[in-house]
Ligand binder design. Structure first.
Ligand code: NAD
Length: 499
């Protein structure tokens, strides 16, 4: 199986004679470290592939390729770039089945979630075709004797470091705005999900993107990731991952060349269900949010506060939904819940459950799930009456685990929802417009869902983390701005005395 899967580095679209079918227009290179790491299927424990581990020489080669490609790519007309993005978008959509299989083998992606992810990735590429035409500076006559204007210009070489849970969408959220604005990019995929990203690299070449414009290095965080975060020639880095790693990336950026940093980090999102909510609709939205992708979604509503007047009815509906979905090997397309990303993720969740279960009452789940004695699955879990200081309430669990608490007053709900260091996506369910608007204003999060939960996301809406959930925003023009530097230009037409 491993021989048919691409696991090498994608640098400068470089040709490597070895192991490339001659009909293929794209090629990859082996790591100069000559080191690889092993990838296992988290649903079956089967060996999937040996993946190349990029070292300093590889990262330097990727940066050199990006540097060399930059002037020509920067000056490529927007309509030419737009054509490439549109072709790429079509190729990605057409590769849905293959991308699903690669992500499934690496980290247990279900077919249903793969559809969401691949179409999201393709959509983002299409969205960025021609988006650079909306990038414009400003002019003014406010400086006496001068016409002044600003220029928005690319950094040159920029980088993105990806998580494994939604790697293709995160890949698109970083590469598309960077490339559309004329930058050249180095991407480090997650060591847990490198395969789909490498397939998309091949599609970049097939779409006609020139060599060096996109480079992908695979490898682990402390080696390949930190080499990128501290590289002196990379001027901007966009990171998505955990808070702990985000802090390391920021520290490395500061200690090296003070590169510009954008961080999209973890979450512990609340959903507040008021007494006037549509209970069945709210229960379904909450269940989908915490259960999709086996709960491995940064914005998932993992803390639920339900008004005491409807607590019984809502709880019954949620338990029923959580326990009625199929769990299994996602090679069966109908499976709703696949495994956790890998053994480490499963064991981390089990450990948190073991520590926290005593803090509440387990309504369902609470432990690892046995699926034919193989793989790394967690039972869908609901634990009620968990105090706000419990590890279940404070730690991002990243699994199909939701805690449920009741509240009496609006003030109490708002205070408890905001009582966290995270701030990604808060949701409320109510028919009361004034209450909805008040909560939209005072919930401390980068997004608020009124009668909806994550992953509800508009293509022109930002993704932002408040508090320790991040720095900066991505998506649409918010993301495009991340890859541009602003320059002031002064054009003098006469001497004016200084007042
Ligand atoms: P992680 O922090 O373990 O790893 C993220 C990436 O950082 C990986 O590519 C990893 O190899 C790399 N890395 C690790 N150590 C590094 C170092 N010292 N220097 C540089 N890079 C290093 O996170 P993960 O487990 O891959 O992803 C899950 C996390 O990502 C969760 O916390 C989740 O909430 C978060 N996430 C956030 C968003 C968002 O938009 N806010 C989206 C998806 C995931």
């Amino acid at each position: 199986m491993s021989s048919s899967i691409e696991t090498r580095l994608f640098i400068n679209n470089e040709a490597s004679e070895a192991a490339v079918p001659d009909s293929q227009a794209y090629q990859f290179v082996e790591s100069k470290t000559e080191k690889t790491y092993k990838l296992y299927n988290p649903a079956t424990d089967e060996f999937v592939a040996d993946v190349h581990q990029a070292g300093a020489q590889d990262v330097d080669a990727a940066v050199a390729a990006a540097e060399a490609a930059f002037p020509a790519w920067r000056d490529t007309p927007v309509h030419v770039k737009a054509g490439l993005f549109n072709k790429l978008s079509t190729l990605i959509s057409q590769s849905k089945e293959e991308l699903w299989n690669l992500e499934r083998m690496a980290m247990g992606r279900t077919f249903g979630f793969a559809h969401f992810e691949v179409m999201g990735c393709a959509g983002l590429m299409a969205q960025h075709a021609g988006i650079a035409l909306h990038v414009q500076g400003k002019s003014s006559l406010n400086t006496p004797g001068m016409i002044t204007f600003t220029l928005k210009q690319p950094y040159g070489v920029v980088a993105g470091i990806l998580p494994w849970n939604v790697s293709l969408i995160m890949f698109a959220m970083k590469t598309a705005p960077a490339l559309a604005t004329g930058n050249c990019v180095i991407i480090k995929s997650s060591e847990k999900s490198p395969l789909g990203v490498l397939k998309v690299a091949a599609l970049f070449k097939e779409a006609g993107f020139p060599p060096g414009v996109l480079n992908i290095v695979t490898g682990t965080g402390p080696t390949t990731g930190s080499l990128i975060a501290s590289h002196m020639k990379i001027r901007k880095i966009a990171f998505t991952g955990s808070i702990a790693t985000g802090k390391k990336v920021m520290a490395a950026a500061a200690a090296s060349n003070l590169k510009n940093v954008t961080l999209e980090l973890g979450g512990k999102s609340p959903a507040i269900i008021f007494g006037d909510a549509d209970i069945q609709k709210a229960a379904l939205a909450v269940q989908m949010s915490i259960h999709l992708n086996s709960g491995q979604h940064c914005q998932a509503n993992s803390r639920v506060f339900v008004h005491e007047s409807i607590a019984n009815e809502f709880t019954e509906a949620l338990v029923k939904l959580m326990t009625s979905r199929s769990i299994g090997d996602p090679s069966d397309k109908s499976v709703f819940q696949g495994p956790q990303g890998d053994k480490i993720q499963k064991e981390r969740i089990v450990s948190i459950l073991e520590q926290g279960k005593k803090d509440g009452t387990v309504l369902c789940g609470g432990k690892a799930a046995d699926v034919n004695g193989k793989g790394h699955f967690i039972e869908p879990t609901i634990i009620k009456d968990v105090g706000d200081a419990s590890i279940l309430a404070t730690e991002e669990i990243f699994g199909p685990v939701v805690i449920l608490n009741t509240f009496k007053t609006d003030e109490e709900a708002l205070e408890r929802a905001n009582n966290t260091e995270y701030g990604l996506y808060s949701s409320i369910y109510t028919k009361d417009v004034e209450r909805a608007l008040k909560f939209a204003t005072f919930l401390e999060a980068g997004a608020v869902g009124l009668n909806c939960s994550a992953p509800t996301q508009g293509m022109d809406m930002p993704v932002s983390g408040w508090k320790q959930s991040g720095i900066g925003s991505e998506m649409h023009m918010y993301g495009v701005e991340n890859y541009l530097q602003t320059k002031a230009v002064y054009m003098k037409y006469e001497d004016v005395p200084f007042h």
